[in-house]
Design a protein around this ligand. Structure first.
Ligand SMILES: Nc1ncnc2c1ncn2[C@@H]1O[C@H](COP(=O)(O)OP(=O)(O)O)[C@@H](O)[C@H]1O
Ligand SMILES: [Mg+2]
Length: 148
């Protein structure tokens, strides 16, 4: 598994179970699972692997999600522990406002690809611009239901 040095990372945001960093001078980022007293190394690794596998499959089916690169680990100085995560495309976007329509649009679009994102809320939807057009990018595929 690839090792990332903590100095390479620039803090971006925190979620319920993970920290997200941009990798300095690159267009990729690293989402790592926050280790807790109750969450052992193996569980962090399993969560990262699950997210990686889900991202690979969803990225194959759609363009709505960051492309995953690889699994990696970092020694996190704050927790004084190793933790695990996924290197992925960095999405330079902004959070959607709290209009429910964004969630419906994304839900419907993902459904066409046989994907159900089980944690769809505004913190997991980013908006970017592509050739002047608005584009949704969905993140956080920790748990997802995939049709065959
Ligand atoms: N690929 C990415 N590009 C840009 N920002 C991201 C990316 N992945 C996560 N983030 C940011 O990090 C936050 C937490 O990531 P998220 O995957 O939602 O973690 P959690 O599983 O803890 O909710 C997101 O709300 C978003 O702001
Ligand atoms: Mg999230």
């Amino acid at each position: 598994m690839k090792t990332i040095w903590f100095d390479q990372l620039e803090y971006v945001a925190i979620g319920a179970t993970a920290l997200y960093y941009k990798i300095k001078n690159e267009l990729i980022g690293f989402k790592c699972i926050i280790p807790t007293r109750w969450r052992c190394d193996l569980e962090c690794m399993k969560a990262a692997e699950r997210e990686y596998a889900n991202l690979v499959e969803v990225a194959k089916r759609t363009k709505m999600t960051p492309r995953p690169y690889e699994l990696a680990k970092v020694f996190h100085p704050e927790f004084e522990r190793w933790t695990y995560g996924v290197i992925m495309e960095h999405i330079d976007g902004s959070r959607v406002d709290n209009d429910r329509k964004h969630i419906y649009i994304v839900k419907r679009a993902l459904k066409r690809f046989g994907i159900e994102h089980t944690d769809l809320h505004r913190g997991n939807i980013l908006i970017t611009r592509h050739n002047g057009k608005k584009r949704y990018r969905v993140i956080d595929f920790t748990s997802v239901d995939l049709d065959e």
